[in-house]
Design a protein around this ligand. Sequence first.
Ligand SMILES: Cc1cc2nc3c(=O)[nH]c(=O)nc-3n(C[C@H](O)[C@H](O)[C@H](O)COP(=O)(O)OP(=O)(O)OC[C@H]3O[C@@H](n4cnc5c(N)ncnc54)[C@H](O)[C@@H]3O)c2cc1C
Length: 415
Amino acid sequence: MKNDFDVVIIGAGPAGSLAAARLRQDNLSVLVLEKMEFPRFVIGESLLPQSMDYLEKADLLKAVEAQKFQVKTGVAFLHDNQVCDFLFKDRFSDGWDYTYQVKRADFDNALIKEVEKKGANVIFNATVSNVVTGKEQQSVTYSVLDAEDKTVTCGFVIDASGYGRVLPRMFNLEKPATSKARGAIFTHVKDEKRSSKASENIFVYDFNDNSAWIWCIPFSDGTCSVGVVGDAELVKEFGENDSAKFRGMISDFPGLNDRFKDAEFIFEPRQILNYAVSVEKMYGEGFVLCGNSTEFLDPVFSSGVTLAISSGYKAAELIIKQLKGAEVDWENDYEKVIKYGVNVFRSYVEAWYSGDLHTIFFVEEGNFEFKKQICSVLAGYVWDEKNPFAKKHKSVLTTLAKVIRITNEAPTRKD
Ligand SMILES: Cc1cc2nc3c(=O)[nH]c(=O)nc-3n(C[C@H](O)[C@H](O)[C@H](O)COP(=O)(O)OP(=O)(O)OC[C@H]3O[C@@H](n4cnc5c(N)ncnc54)[C@H](O)[C@@H]3O)c2cc1C
């Protein structure tokens, strides 16, 4: 059966671009349908080193490097004026020591332009409205701006539509997230008071008894992303498009007040509420979900883009295999693998909001012996079986936090 394309990809975010780049390496014909005109804003600006492995494998790293984004060598967590710094060079797993902090408009645009150069067909302002899947042929219907619907056929469909969640909605695959409903409010500011000695790595400062936190992500052009994450009710209080309220909020922070007190906001604060989502299934006959259209947990460990990148790449590898006639075990070779990575982060997110990670990060000595293993997970190396802090993620953090609490409460010999 002759199809118009081997693969149609819905969405030109990082998941879509990585999939397209990998498919082009095997000369498959690819059509990427993207609802927006690029460059476009999207939140999610701090990458993890693990994403560099896949950017390199997909031959997209040079295009990213050319953008001269802010180099990110680690992450700092702050709590009541205490600092727990992680530097990726000190991690346990093999891999990259650094990555980037990126304005997504520029990052996503650089990726998709490179993908176009590699021979993928990309149509912007193209909204996918219907998908019919079958054994050998899939059909995808889309319209460009107000033009009439058009339908193309292909051998496989990748849903990389992120928050659009095209196929989960169309095929009734959506599942509510198990985590609490949280939200975020954020803006970009002119960071003119950034001191030359200030770390240029992202920092995360928690407040309200671990239930809320603020991020600061410096960019290489002298601007900075600032945002607050917390319970939906708290975020609503700051009022979208209300610079005065948001400025008041960030001014209360010990590490931030001078830096952003009178800083110019580049756009009015924007809100996203209830972003955590999940799905019943990540694949089906003739289609697969990648990136945020599968599951999104929480932004605290900057895992979203990295998981989008790795899932886009892994899905493309399996599609190549299948379209060449081999059997693919989507359950074991895709869904279980992606879920495993998500679940490692889930344990860390849960330990963050329960306070277990605070107990571990801010243990008195500051330099706890497990820091290297935890650092690997924070660098995105969640699939490293040799790392007990990835492999035993379900129990290791709660157990360690318990031990630290008991040790700290135990009377010393002097007592
Ligand atoms: C508050 C907050 C902060 C975050 N911070 C970070 C962070 O610091 N680091 C990090 O890694 N992640 C972060 N994330 C997560 C990050 O935003 C996502 O994980 C990431 O953007 C997912 O990439 P993607 O390629 O799956 O989807 P997206 O980047 O969302 O791309 C999907 C594309 O699909 C297109 N599309 C949608 N519907 C259709 C349709 N019907 N037809 C055609 N095209 C369509 C969209 O226009 C879009 O361009 C954060 C998330 C939130 C909510």
